[in-house]
Design a protein around this ligand. Structure first.
Ligand code: UDX
Ligand code: UDX
Ligand code: ADP
Length: 470
C-alpha cells in the first residue's frame, strides 16, 4: 500500500532542487522538507538571515520566508537527511560530459551516481527515490540497480522519475500552477504504490487531472522530448528570421500570423539571437547521443540540426554587427546589454551573450557589459571558459563590466541587446544617442526596441528577423 510521506529529503540545492522543494514545503505544511547540498557556501546562502538566497528567481524569497525554519530546512548533513526521509529527490547537476566516451554530448552522471550510492550506503529504512535531475533515458534503471545491489536487509528502494518542467524566471509560478506534473514508475504494484505516494504530495495543490502517471522510460524521454520540441520551435523561427532579413519580411508579423493557427499556437515563437540556458542544448545533445547509440542516425541528425541552427543564428548575428560597422570592429567600442540567457534570471549557462562577446573579442573589439542581475565574477568565469587560450588579464584589457545601461553605452559606436530585460525598453534613448560616437548603431537581438522611435532619434537599427527593405 502507498506510504504516507511525512519527511522529504532533496539532494542538491540548485536551480531545480531549491525552488521545487521550497514550494513543496510551502504547500505541504505537514511534510518536513530538508534540502541538502555538499556545497557549504550554497547552503549558508539559503540559510542567510536576510534571505540573500543563492539564486535569483521572482517570488522565491517569499516562499522561503513562508516556511524556512517551520518545515523547510537547508543543511549539509546529507546522511542524516537521507536517513530520516521517506522520500528522496535527487536533483544534482548533470552537465554535458567534457571528456571520455560521449564527450560534448552525453550527460555526466557521476553526480547522480554518487548521490545514489550515498543513499544506498546510509539508508537504514525503505525509501522512495525520485529522479528529478534531467537525465538520459534509462538512468532510473541504473539508479535502481545501484540501490538494489547495495541495500541492507529490510530496506527497499522504489524508484520514480519526476522530471521538472519549470522555466527559470517564472519558476515559482510554474511550480504553483504547473501545466502538468509527470511521474514515471515501474508498472509493478510496488512501483504504482510509490507513484501514488508522490501523487498525494503534489495533490496538495495540483489538480489531479494534471498529474500524469506513466512508465519510467516514457517519463524520462518526455523531459528530453519537451525541451527538444520547444528548442526546435525557436530554431524554426530563427531559420525563418534569416529569410526575413534577406527579403524584407518581418519575423514578428510572420510568427504572429503563423501562431494564430490553433494547431501551432502563439507561444515560444520569438526569434532571438539564439536560445541558451542549462537545458535546451544539453537535452538535445543527449537525445542525439541516445539516437546514435540506438543506431538511429537519421533521428540523431534531425535533432542535431536544431542545435546547429542555434549556433548559426549566433554566428549570423555577430557577422551582421561586423558587416554593418563597415566590415571591421577591431579597436571599436561595443556595449552589450544583457548577459543572462534570458530576462528575469541571473543564470548565464549557455547564454548567447557569451558567444557574441567571444566573437567580438576575437576581432579585438572593446566590449562593455551591463546586466542587472548577473554577478561580475560569473561574467569573468564565463568569458575565461569561452576563451580558454587567452589569459584573463588580456580579456580584462578588452572587457569592462559596468552597473547601468547608460554607463555602458557612453561613447560607444554600437549597442547590442543580448537579453530582453524590461529595463532596456525604458532606457532614455535620446540621452544614450547624445553620448555615443556617430554614426550610432543599435543591434536588437531580442526584438524589444521601438525601431521607429530610435530611427527618428538618429540611430541606425538592425533587428533580428527584420529586413531593411520594409
Ligand atoms: C526550459 C524549458 O522552458 C523548461 O520547461 C525546462 O524545464 C527547462 O528548460 P529555461 O531554460 O529556464 O526553461 O528557459 P526558457 O524560457 O525555455 O528559455 C530558453 C531559451 O530560449 C532562452 O535563451 C530564451 O531567451 C530562448 N527563447 C525562448 C527564445 O529565443 N524564443 C522564445 O520564443 C522562447
Ligand atoms: C494541410 C494544412 O493542414 C492546411 O492548413 C493547408 O492549407 C494545406 O495543407 P492537408 O494537407 O489537407 O492540409 O491535411 P492535414 O490535415 O494538414 O494533414 C496533412 C498530412 O499530415 C496528412 O497525411 C496527415 O495524415 C498527416 N498528419 C497530420 C500526421 O501524420 N500527424 C498529425 O498529427 C497531423
Ligand atoms: P540544477 O540546475 O540541475 O538544479 P545546479 O548545478 O544548480 O543544477 O545544482 C545542483 C546541486 O547539486 C549543486 O549545488 C551541487 O553542489 C549539488 N550536488 C551535486 N552532487 C551532490 C551530492 N552527491 N550530494 C549533495 N549535493 C550534491
Amino acid at each position: 500500500a502507498p506510504v504516507k510521506v511525512s519527511k522529504i529529503c532533496c539532494i542538491g540545492a540548485g536551480y531545480v532542487g531549491g525552488p521545487t522543494c521550497a514550494v513543496i514545503a510551502l504547500k505541504c505544511p505537514h511534510i518536513q522538507v530538508t534540502i541538502v547540498d555538499l556545497n557549504q557556501a550554497r547552503i549558508d546562502a539559503w540559510n542567510s538571515p536576510d534571505f540573500n538566497v543563492p539564486i535569483y528567481e521572482p517570488g522565491l524569497v517569499d516562499v522561503i520566508r513562508g516556511c524556512r525554519g517551520r518545515n523547510l530546512f537547508f543543511s549539509t548533513d546529507v546522511d542524516k537527511a537521507i536517513q530520516e526521509a521517506d522520500l528522496i529527490f535527487v536533483s544534482v547537476n548533470t552537465p554535458t560530459k567534457k571528456s571520455g566516451v560521449g564527450a560534448g554530448f552525453a550527460a555526466d552522471l557521476h553526480y547522480v551516481e554518487s548521490a545514489t550510492r550515498r543513499i544506498a550506503a546510509v539508508a537504514t529504512s525503505s525509501k522512495i527515490v525520485v529522479e528529478k535531475s534531467t537525465v538520459p533515458c534509462r538512468t532510473a534503471e541504473s539508479m535502481r540497480t545501484i540501490l538494489e545491489a547495495n541495500s541492507k536487509p529490510g530496506c527497499r528502494f522504489d524508484l520514480l522519475s519526476n522530471p521538472e518542467f519549470l522555466a527559470e524566471g517564472t519558476a515559482i509560478n510554474d511550480l504553483f500552477a504547473p501545466d502538468r506534473v509527470l511521474i514515471g514508475s515501474l508498472q509493478t504494484q510496488e512501483g504504482k504504490d510509490a507513484c501514488a505516494s508522490l501523487t498525494e504530495v503534489y495533490a496538495n495543490w495540483v489538480p489531479r487531472e494534471r498529474i500524469l502517471t506513466v512508465g519510467l522510460w516514457s517519463s524520462e524521454l518526455t523531459k528530453l522530448a519537451a525541451n527538444a520540441m520547444l528548442a526546435q520551435r525557436i530554431s524554426s523561427v530563427n531559420a525563418l528570421s534569416a529569410i526575413c532579413e534577406a527579403t524584407g519580411a518581418n519575423i514578428e508579423e510572420v510568427a504572429n500570423a503563423v501562431g494564430f493557427d490553433s494547431r501551432i499556437g502563439p507561444k515560444f515563437l520569438r526569434a532571438s539571437v539564439g536560445f541558451g540556458g542549462s537545458c535546451f542544448q544539453k537535452d538535445i545533445l543527449n537525445l542525439v547521443y541516445l539516437s546514435e547509440s540506438l543506431h538511429l542516425p537519421e533521428v540523431a541528425a534531425y535533432w542535431r540540426q536544431v542545435v546547429e541552427m542555434n549556433e548559426y543564428q549566433k554566428a549570423r548575428f555577430s557577422k551582421t554587427v561586423v558587416d554593418t560597422l563597415f566590415n571591421t570592429i577591431t579597436g571599436k567600442h561595443i556595449a552589450v546589454l544583457g548577459f543572462a540567457f534570458k530576462a528575469d534570471t541571473g543564470d548565464t549557462r549557455e547564454s548567447a551573450a557569451i558567444t557574441l562577446i567571444r566573437d567580438f573579442l576575437s576581432e579585438r573589439a572593446y566590449v562593455t557589459i551591463y546586466d542587472p542581475k548577473v554577478e561580475e565574477a560569473q561574467i569573468w568565469q564565463d568569458l575565461q571558459e569561452a576563451c580558454p587560450t587567452t589569459p584573463l588579464d588580456s580579456i580584462k584589457k578588452y572587457v569592462t563590466i559596468v552597473h547601468s545601461a547608460l554607463e555602458a553605452c557612453k561613447q560607444k559606436e554600437a549597442i547590442v541587446i543580448a537579453t530582453e530585460w524590461k529595463e532596456f525598453k525604458e532606457i532614455n534613448w535620446q540621452t544614450v544617442y547624445d553620448q555615443m560616437t556617430k554614426p550610432a548603431f543599435v543591434f536588437d537581438g531580442r526584438m524589444i526596441l521601438d525601431v521607429v522611435q530610435l530611427k527618428k532619434i538618429g540611430f541606425t537599427v538592425k533587428v533580428i528577423g527584420r529586413g531593411d527593405r520594409l
